[in-house]
Ligand binder design. Structure first.
Ligand SMILES: [Zn+2]
Length: 145
């Protein structure tokens, strides 16, 4: 196993099967913290673009800044591949938020659309069992029926 030289996911072949697949939508790059997040999103079959694995999240508490992550490589890909949209799929916690905000500020001058995963309620859950933050985010992330 090795890292894909394009998206930095874990793979047997380089480039990985996702980067090598001409049927994938090259206009979309989904940014995730770890390769396991690629596999989680792939299991949904809801996404047909490509990925970029950062190798972690920005965490000032742990001394992890953008230079320790594959941010420069992402900037290079935005310049060379000219995607239409960057989907930031980081965890809904402090590190995930900090990373999403940083990437948004860094990449917005390039003109690429930057989106964030919607926050939702757990499927099969009850509204009155959801914590306030989850419910507040679900209200903010509502969409037209
Ligand atoms: Zn790849």
């Amino acid at each position: 196993m090795q890292l894909c030289s394009r998206c930095y996911s874990i793979t047997e072949e380089d480039p990985c099967s996702i980067c090598a697949d001409a049927r994938r939508d090259v206009r979309l790059i989904c940014v995730v913290a770890e390769a396991k997040d690629v596999f989680a999103i792939e299991r949904t079959s809801a996404y047909d673009g490509r990925y970029h694995v950062l190798g972690g999240l920005i965490s000032p508490m742990d001394g992890i800044g953008p230079s320790q992550l594959r941010v420069r490589e992402l900037v290079d890909r935005v310049a060379s591949e000219a995607p239409a949209e960057i989907i930031v799929a980081t965890n809904p916690n402090a590190e995930g938020e900090a990373t999403a905000l940083y990437l948004s500020r860094l990449l917005s001058p390039s003109g690429v659309a930057i989106t964030r995963l919607a926050y939702g309620l757990p499927i099969g859950g009850d509204l009155d069992y959801a914590d306030e933050n989850t419910l507040a985010r679900a209200i903010e992330g509502r969409r037209t029926l």
